[in-house]
Design a protein around this ligand. Structure first.
Ligand code: AHR
Length: 338
């Protein structure tokens, strides 16, 4: 069942296109808190202790996810041990080791990259500590090393962005791509989805592609270099595809500083749907954002409660995402929750 805000947002995106709306409806997990229960382990005597290994604070999306996990833990009376890895997998592995040594009841992990998790997940499994993955997946040969993954379909997000952009460019144009963190699931999958969409539009070409590490500062820096190349006699840039809103906002700054108008001289499409992206759309500088919902706290703690109660869980729950273009931004911005 959708809440009032979600229904309002859906009414707004219906105006974009039937195809996008249908794709948005197809994904099953609705991130509405279903219940607030004081979580307890040990026959109801001791509060549940959960370790949360977060990637860092590289983007508005990440900050919203941290807030969602923290506030849901507080709401349910969970004792949360929080660790910020500052973008480093080695710090996440250390944090998981510490959670295991402290004998937490469960671990929530947002893994920075896909590879390299087997040894530490094996340790968690040996200690009988369930691991709930949120936001990003891992590459492991044995999927019993984690309990469940709650995440968006990043390939679908990239496809939505690609289809939308090809339509906006009338099937022809030069695109530069700002990729996310190398080796991260959203960077790999959003690239893949976008390229898949462009297979149907061969005259839309990716002329340059580089990582902006999901940050505004790096997105700006990389875009500046792309624009210098174009203004120094290189190929004209018609559009930017950024794997997240923060990089798009950095790119917008670079475009303006180069004397061009983002949103018209250069089309900008990105992923996340954070409030500053809606503000940029209202200002006419960003053309479109594909939502990636970071409010994963309620679903993550539902999963923790279920596994501690001995209930089985699906291996993956896909979060429902939608696409918003500039034309609906004004109508929708007031109801955005992050
Ligand atoms: O994994 C989700 C991605 O990570 C978000 O799109 C991005 O903003 C974040 O840093």
């Amino acid at each position: 069942m959708w809440n009032k805000n979600e229904r309002k947002q859906y009414q707004a995106i219906k105006k974009i296109s039937y195809a996008y709306a249908a794709a948005a409806m197809a994904v099953p997990l609705c991130l509405t808190p279903l219940r607030a229960v004081a979580a307890e382990s040990d026959g109801g005597k001791k509060p549940v202790t959960v370790g949360f290994s977060q990637i860092g604070a590289e983007s508005g999306w990440r900050t919203a996810e941290t807030k969602s996990i923290r506030s849901e833990a507080a709401r349910r009376g969970v004792n949360l041990k929080f660790s910020d890895a500052q973008q480093k997998q080695e710090n996440q592995i250390k944090a998981l080791g510490a959670f295991i040594a402290q004998k937490v009841d469960a671990i929530i992990l947002a893994p920075v990259v896909e590879a390299g998790w087997e040894p530490i997940l094996k340790q968690a499994k040996a200690a009988k500590i369930p691991v709930i993955l949120v936001d990003r997946g891992v590459n492991v040969s044995d999927d019993s090393l984690y309990t469940t993954l709650i995440a968006s379909d990043f390939v679908a997000e990239g496809k939505m962005a690609g289809e939308w952009l090809a339509g906006k460019l009338n099937g022809k144009g030069n695109v530069v791509e700002l990729q996310g963190t190398p080796g991260a699931a959203p960077a790999i999958d959003r690239k893949k989805g976008f390229e898949e969409a462009l297979k149907n539009h061969p005259a839309v070409r990716i002329i340059k592609s580089q990582t902006g590490e999901f940050t505004r500062a790096k997105g700006k820096e990389v875009m500046e270099a792309f624009l210098k190349g174009a203004q120094g006699g290189g190929t004209k840039i018609n559009a930017v595809y950024a794997h997240n809103d923060d990089m798009a906002l950095g790119a917008i700054q670079a475009i303006e500083e180069a004397g061009l108008k983002p949103g018209s001289d250069v089309i900008v499409v990105s992923i996340d749907g954070i409030k500053p992206a809606f503000e940029a759309m209202v200002a006419g500088k960003l053309n479109c954002t594909v939502e990636c919902n970071p409010l994963l706290g309620p679903a993550a703690f539902d999963a923790v409660e279920a596994v501690l109660a001995g209930r089985s869980l699906p291996k993956k729950s896909v979060v429902r995402d939608r696409i918003f273009e500039q034309s609906v931004a004004k109508e929708v911005i007031g109801s955005r929750e992050y």
